[in-house]
Design a protein around this ligand. Structure first.
Ligand SMILES: Nc1nc2c(ncn2[C@@H]2O[C@H](COP(=O)(O)OP(=O)(O)OP(=O)(O)O)[C@@H](O)[C@H]2O)c(=O)[nH]1
Ligand SMILES: [Zn+2]
Length: 183
């Protein structure tokens, strides 16, 4: 990666050996390694703690900050994820922090927002076997604000809905709880 960044610097007409840039290839390599540290990790690694709490109503963690890498331009898209599920009949729930860890696991890799959203939902379905899942992701894409079409402030909203959340009443209950987070 560091070699590639050195080439990139040459490509943009810079001198990679000048003082300010000498350490840049290594720094950028470390930064990218951190940005993709979710690659190769499995949701079962983070959704480890399951409690038999007998709670069978909706659980929602909203406003989970994340940043990810747009796989088309390798620049950041970032925003907030809202993750809701309805536990299964055994009332099995997971640790709240695990939902945020799951968001990071899928955000920390080259992504498109739609896939990020559905991967979070599908992982919860697979591991927790809940009666329903709803994931809403709101993000701003730097590839749309700093370059290209240059529309800073444009927000992309995606959702993935599974199981009981497909019913109109449950979906709108979930949505209104999520929208309640707007400041
Ligand atoms: N659906 C979707 N599109 C994305 C996402 N991130 C970036 N894109 C889009 O991917 C597209 C790539 O389009 P291309 O025409 O191949 O690339 P480009 O010439 O750089 O496109 P512009 O951004 O329009 O300048 C752009 O329209 C981006 O806005 C994402 O998460 N989901
Ligand atoms: Zn992009």
């Amino acid at each position: 990666m560091a070699r590639a960044v050195r080439e990139l610097l040459i490509g943009i007409g810079e001198d990679p050996d000048r003082e300010g840039l000498r350490k840049t290839p290594d720094r950028v390599a470390r930064a990218y390694r951190e940005a993709v540290e979710g690659l190769g990790r499995e949701p079962s690694e983070v959704l480890t703690t399951v409690f038999d709490e007998g709670h069978d109503e909706m659980v929602l963690v909203r406003d989970i900050d994340f940043s990810s890498l747009c796989e088309h331009h390798l620049v950041v898209f970032s925003g907030r994820a809202h993750v809701a599920y309805i536990p299964n009949n055994r009332g099995q729930i997971t640790g709240l922090s695990k939902l945020a860890r799951l968001v990071d696991l899928y955000a920390r890799r080259p992504q498109v927002q739609e896939r990020l959203t559905s991967q979070i939902a599908d992982a919860l379905v697979d591991v927790l076997e809940p009666r329903g899942v709803m994931v809403v992701v709101e993000a701003e894409h730097l590839c749309m604000s700093m370059r290209g079409v240059r529309k800073p402030g444009a927000t992309t909203v995606t959702s993935a809905v599974r199981g009981q959340f497909l019913s109109t009443a449950t979906r709108s209950e979930g949505m209104s709880l999520i929208l309640g987070s707007r400041r």
